[in-house]
Ligand binder design. Sequence first.
Ligand code: ADP
Ligand code: F6P
Length: 476
Amino acid sequence: MSNAQFIVVANRLPVDAVVDAEGNRTWRRSPGGLVTALEPVLQANRGTWIGWAGTAGAAPEPFESDGVTLLPVELSENEIFRYYEGFSNASLWPLYHDAVEPRVFRRSWWKSYYEVNERFAEVCAREAAPGAVVWIQDYQLQLVPGMLRERRPDLRIGFFLHIPFPPVELFMQLPHRMEILKGLLGADLVGFQRPLAAQNFLALTRHLLGYRPRGHYVTVDDRLVRADAFPISIDTAANEEVAGTERVRQRAKEIRAELGEPETIFLGVDRLDYTKGIEVRLKAFRELLEDGRLEVPKAVMIQVATPSRERVDQYVALRERVEREVGRINGEYGQVGLPAVHYLHQSFDRYELAALYQAADVMAVTPLRDGMNLVAKEYVASQADNRGALVLSEFAGAAGDLRQAFLVNPHDLTDLKDGFVTAATASADDKMKRMRAMRRYLRKHDVSRWARSFLTALGVPERSAAYNPGSLPSAD
Ligand code: ADP
Ligand code: F6P
């Protein structure tokens, strides 16, 4: 047993190892919203982060980064294929996102999912101090709460799901559904992005296990388990600070100039994932050009598509379709030196991302389904002069928080096209009012408030050694 008082357990560490041909290892930031949200929380708490380092084979030695102790967990090539790409990202991911792509089940994937979850639980059981607080993250590790409780009943165990939790009839398709539900019930607190997800979970405990949930609670053996919603957010102050720098302002101007000073820049920033609605967004843009409601070069689109899960079949196929569509739009509507869509399959640092956000007139966040979507929140926080417009899917968790966005149904192409045009032609006054209200909301509901409200609900005393609220403001 070690002396870690506050531990986060996630599939990935906040940094990924990159090993070159000579075998030299460097580290780069891991993709995705989980890292964006948890990094500042862990830094404030000076906690321990247990996770995979992103490459196959022996795990690197534990090390410290920005005050956080990083403890890598080993995954073999076979486990990456079966646990990560297979059960996590080809079975659970599509199913939990309303099966917007068909889910695939393979028996060998489950075995690997079980074994890797067990490994994470063992590492955590070894590292945690007596009575420590352990916060387990996301769908890749749903068995860990139960496995950890068996080994260390003294711990306070929280679990947070970053993605949607499906309704009963979809969850029932899942092989090993009982084990997964029991695994989650090993936690003292199971957190979700939206209230409906918590209700789905509680309904399942009744349907599958015959429990009798009351309000937000369900009794499991002699323990009370709470299931509730804790909508995740961003470090608003840090985003505003970056957006307010001269470097970002200048770069935003440069981007507009490089694009030929268009009237309307549409922007999409997503991991290249089929849940994000990138295809439907491109189709809406193409049809608007076709209908003559938009015109190049007065209107252009920038689509940043961060590489993601590049060996999973559905992601390979998606990339092909997206790139074909971009080619088609540029072929039909681009001009020499003036493409209609600027497609960037790359990662950027936060200054470049903030400059893109600031340069954009209309941010298109159109997922078919999304747990939260932090990109939408980052865009809002980056509008230092309140001038942009956010088009936001009703099916993103963020729609529950950013109510003044131009809300659209991405399953309805006509609605999506109208939403783009409405946002692009809204008056400066209308956009400013909406943006101000959303920025005010995000200043209050930032990631530290999210962490504080989760940990308080988990019963972590504010001044305990396990949880140093540090700079975290009050939850009220
Ligand atoms: P998800 O967790 O599904 O990827 P989110 O929108 O919640 O979706 O979070 C994505 C995070 O990844 C955001 O913090 C965003 O800034 C970051 N991100 C997205 N695309 C890029 C990119 N091309 N380069 C750097 N960071 C990116
Ligand atoms: O919650 C979505 C998620 O799986 C997070 O765990 C992570 O932020 C992001 O997607 C990136 O996914 P991956 O770790 O598979 O690259």
